[in-house]
Design a binder for this molecule. Structure first.
Ligand code: ATP
Ligand code: MG
Length: 751
């Protein structure tokens, strides 16, 4: 009786059916929070426990390393297995592992290195420069994007046709050159990891047969975000007899811009003749949150169609806050976080989700000021910070002198008097004689002026000395030694601003990371090589130290698959979310809406939505309308939070804003799908007002008294309505910005 089985007990009927489905291609199609990941985990355990699969015979693909670690933990606990038996990881992690084992078959040097996005960008730029191409015309990011897109579809340059298009012809030529250079350098970009491992398997029948035999069971989470090559990869490794078990939600496909193809779900069903299971009961969110999510996503067309429901009744209303600007938005969020902390809730239960990385700064500053610990996921990953990459570059050079990318990075860092003309000479020799920069530097020495030669020699000797000194040392000592001896620590310690201090802290943090580093089970590389690969592949998840309590900040994209009791979905403005480029794009807008759906469905108990009337971002101040997505949420689920009005003077004069408020539509209004007409209370419409003074509560220059700060002079007003802010120069307390509605200012000059 399956229901009695302990592995099935914590599941509902539909989940049980999926977990105990007969062996064969299976697709679980289900909405957010309906237990897809739980089903996948239980299926893995079920296969081992009930179907005689060996733990080594399982290959599970997740979307992040964090998810992989969690799944590994859960399966090992469910089955009481020793750690390390299972192959669980991201597509990139697994491809990397295969290539490390089969570098020969893949035509790679044993010590191949991985290029992250930034390294790849530098390499493309360098190539364009060598080719004498103008960066305005051939934008490095675009060239890079072209190459990656083709690779993501499994296409080499030789497969591409220019279709008589001169631009395309040039891009194809650059792709060819770029790949040639990567092969010479023994480096792989992220897309290459997948493509190269795919080709190695495809072209070596014995290798393929061995892995097909080994991985009798392939499981994939978040299948809606697989790209072309990942899909091919799954097909290849499963073969005709394979029994892949994949789970996904077409409504959560959010990586189209990176080559993901939601159609893969349909293709999978067709190509494999998969049996489909649907899960529709949501276990994560309150009925209120789920109701909002369902309403938003309903507006997309071409959905595979499923309606989520929950047994949970009601729930707190969704709270909406219209902030004056991004600082006010951050303050609002932080006040709510404080409130929760006061009630004894852990900070880790709170997540701030935003559309773009640039939005994190205001929150970080406010959190620092409030002394609330936090972690930012994604964004500039720890391992992408300049000082960290510099250290890694030294470490890489100690392992592989021919690593040109690293050579370029640190040859004159800290400055050691190696000038551009010397470097040009070295590059020239490298090009002419097809040498690595390292070898070219050695070859150039005799022909350089004495000072330049001495400086360059000092660098070469430094790296040799480092390599010698760290051989055989424990990993953290290797890292520490390189930081000290390369001069990087001193270099940053000398920087005057507190940026230098932060950089030194980061360097210390790198030593800690090395100390805490544990190679993936089954990894056969020496610890340093394994650590360097990890640093490149790790996707920003490691920053969250375990065991401590902190607020989590991340983009909506990195929040996929996660859940939090309290979610702050911030920056809901037209032009930001949906982003500017997608607002009128029939393909991109639905993806933004899916992203909104992902955001809403991360929340378990409480959801806060915020937008700012004005926002400083990318160095400009922007005034934007509230996001159309707000208009798509049923008003009865939302409670607006507005600052309490506590002044008797009217804050508005007729004609200055209030009337226009009623005309101002939500973004959703103009849309074909038709948002709700004016679902919520009117928003203040006018922007920053620095009017001559007649519509301000006090004239500029008025002397006022504040209950706490004493007397001062009114300098300036910003904003209006409930959000009006006033700047006062207090005699004792100095200049301060106050929310006018709360400030309780009295005239002090009796006028
Ligand atoms: P997403 O689409 O966001 O990836 P998901 O479909 O993978 O979500 P899970 O993360 O597996 O959903 O589950 C969502 C939450 O519901 C988790 O906290 C999980 O433990 C819980 N849950 C799932 N199924 C059940 C169940 N049958 N009984 C109780 N709780 C459940
Ligand atoms: Mg999931």
């Amino acid at each position: 009786m399956p229901a009695a089985h302990p592995l099935l007990a914590p599941l509902n009927e539909a989940q049980r059916a999926a977990v105990s489905a007969p062996l064969g291609p299976t697709l679980v199609l289900a909405g957010a929070g309906s237990g897809k990941t739980r089903v996948l985990t239980h299926r893995a355990a079920w296969l081992i426990h009930e179907c005689g699969a060996s733990p080594q015979g399982l290959l599970a693909v997740t979307f992040t390393n964090k998810a992989a670690a969690e799944m590994r933990g859960r399966i090992e606990t469910l089955l009481d297995l020793p750690g390390g038996a299972l192959w669980i990881g991201t597509f990139h992690g697994i491809a990397h592992r295969l290539l490390r084992r089969h570098w020969r078959e893949a035509g790679l040097p044993q010590n191949f290195q991985i290029l992250d996005d930034d390294d790849q960008h530098r390499l493309v730029r360098k190539l364009l420069k060598e080719q004498g191409l103008d960066e305005q015309r051939w934008v490095p990011r675009e060239v890079q994007g072209f190459i990656n897109r083709e690779k993501d579809e499994g296409r080499r340059a030789k497969h591409l046709e220019d279709r008589g298009d001169a631009t395309r012809r040039e891009l194809i030529r650059l792709y060819t050159l770029y790949q040639k250079r990567c092969d010479q350098l023994g480096v792989l970009d992220f897309a290459e990891l997948l493509l190269r491992s795919f080709e190695a398997l495809r072209d070596q029948p014995q290798l393929l047969a061995a892995y097909r035999h080994r991985f009798a069971h392939v499981l994939v989470d978040e299948f809606q975000d697989t790209n072309g090559i990942q899909y091919q990869w799954v097909k290849l490794i499963c073969g005709d007899a394979g029994r892949p078990f994949v789970v996904g939600d077409d409504d959560q496909s959010i990586y189209r811009w990176r080559g993901a193809r939601v159609e893969n779900m349909q293709h999978f069903r067709r190509d494999f003749g998969a049996t489909v299971y649907k899960l529709e009961q949501n276990y994560r969110s309150t009925a209120v949150i789920l109701g909002a999510a369902n309403e938003v996503i309903r507006r997309n067309e071409d959905r595979l169609g499923k309606e989520l429901w929950t047994e949970a009744r009601g729930g707190e209303p969704i709270r909406l806050y219209a902030a004056f600007n991004e600082r006010d938005e951050a303050d609002f969020v932080i006040e709510r976080i404080r409130e929760q902390a006061r009630q004894g809730q852990p900070l880790t239960g709170c997540a701030v989700l935003y559309r773009s990385n640039a939005q994190s700064r205001a929150f970080e500053e406010a959190l620092v000021a409030a002394r609330i610990p936090y972690r930012v996921y994604g964004g500039l990953r720890f391992f992408e910070r300049a000082e960290i990459k510099d250290t890694l570059a030294y470490l890489r050079l100690t392992q592989t002198r021919s690593d040109d990318v690293s050579f370029e990075r640190v040859v004159n860092l800290p400055t050691r008097g190696i000038g551009q003309s010397t470097l040009e000479r070295v590059r020239e020799v490298a090009r002419q004689r097809e040498l690595s920069l390292w070898d070219a530097a050695a070859a150039t020495l005799p022909s350089l002026p004495p000072r330049a030669a001495a400086a360059l020699l000092a660098f070469l000797q430094l790296v040799d000395r480092l390599a010698e000194a760290i051989g055989g040392q424990p990993l953290q000592d290797q890292v520490r030694h390189v930081i000290e001896t390369s001069g990087l620590r001193e270099h940053h310690a000398r920087e005057k601003d507190n940026k230098g201090e932060a950089r030194v802290e980061n360097l210390d943090e790198l030593v800690n990371a090395a100390e805490a580093f544990e190679p993936e089970p089954g990894d056969e590389l020496p610890p340093l090589a394994s650590f360097l690969a990890h640093a490149t592949l790790e996707s920003g998840e490691m920053q969250a130290a375990q065991g401590s309590d902190y607020v989590q900040l991340m983009t909506l994209h990195s929040a996929k698959g996660l859940e939090f009791p309290t979610v702050f979905l911030v920056g809901l403005e037209e032009g930001l979310f949906p982003s500017e480029r997608s607002a009128f794009d029939l393909e991109k807008l639905p993806e933004e809406r899916r992203l909104c759906y992902v955001g809403i469905t991360r929340a378990m108990q409480r959801l806060y939505l915020t937008y700012a009337e004005s926002r400083r971002i990318y160095g400009r101040t922007e005034y934007r309308a509230p996001s159309r997505f707000l208009g798509e949420i049923p008003p009865q689920l939302v409670e607006e939070i507005r600052p309490r009005l506590s002044v008797s003077r009217p804050l508005h004069v007729p004609g200055s804003g209030q009337e226009r408020d009623h005309e101002r539509g939500w973004g959703g209004r103009q849309e074909r799908s038709g948002g709700n007409p004016r679902p919520l209370a009117a928003q203040p419409a006018s922007r920053s007002r620095q009017a001559a003074g007649e519509d301000l509560p006090f004239k500029l220059g008025t002397r006022v008294r504040h209950p706490k700060f004493g007397e001062g002079i009114v300098l300036r007003f910003e904003g209006n309505g409930a959000h009006q802010q006033v700047q006062v120069n207090f005699e004792r307390a100095g200049q301060k910005w106050l929310m006018f509605a709360y400030a309780n200012l009295q005239r002090a000059d009796g006028g």
